[in-house]
Ligand binder design. Structure first.
Ligand SMILES: [Zn+2]
Length: 181
């Protein structure tokens, strides 16, 4: 059973997806061990995440998700999500964990890492897009950073991956203006 929470209003699972995509963009030869370390940080202890499959297949799966996160327009993102789901079909199931409401999970038996990651990430991004009605994610606009982020939906569109980058951008902008005086 899948452990990434796929509820439409909860970006928690997407933070995991974005962290994998950012790690891959910094290191396109991301190893299975690096990937597993990110999985371990984001999933419950003892979670049944597949531990088999070739590293090259995993990198191809991550590349698919990077292409979705790079989409700025919802039609483009939807096309990319659909083609990823065709390549890596998801098998959604309703599950009720003790004391929790029914929620949608993906089956992860009989899959390898690449299949698990691509189907989970595409499915979660698809739910998020349909919930928000737009690509509620983006690429950081701060100088020297192009990390992806999940836009968790405050009133104005988010431009920076973290408050730290927002501050950095503000300082850089201020310096630029002062220098021009
Ligand atoms: Zn940033």
């Amino acid at each position: 059973m899948l452990v990434v929470d796929l509820s439409g209003d909860n970006p928690r699972g997407l933070r995991f997806v974005v962290e994998v995509a950012n790690a891959y963009r910094k290191n396109p030869a991301l190893s299975v061990t690096d990937f597993q370390a990110i999985v371990d940080r984001h999933t419950a202890h003892g979670a049944a995440v597949p531990k088999c499959g070739k590293g090259a297949d995993l990198l191809a799966a991550i590349e698919d998700i990077v292409r979705i996160l790079a989409a700025r327009e919802s039609g483009t993102a939807a096309d990319r999500i659909n083609s990823t789901l065709n390549r890596y079909p998801a098998h959604p199931q309703l599950v009720q964990l003790p004391g929790r409401p029914w929620s949608m999970h993906l089956r992860s038996e009989n899959t390898d890492r690449a299949q698990w990651f691509a189907s989970t990430a595409a499915f979660a991004l698809g739910l998020w897009l349909s919930e928000k009605g737009a690509c509620a994610w983006g690429t950081c606009q701060a100088p020297g950073c192009d990390d992806f982020f999940v836009d968790s939906g405050r009133r104005t569109a988010q431009r920076y991956c973290t408050p730290r980058c927002a501050t950095r951008a503000r300082v850089a902008n201020y310096r630029l203006k002062s220098a021009g005086r």
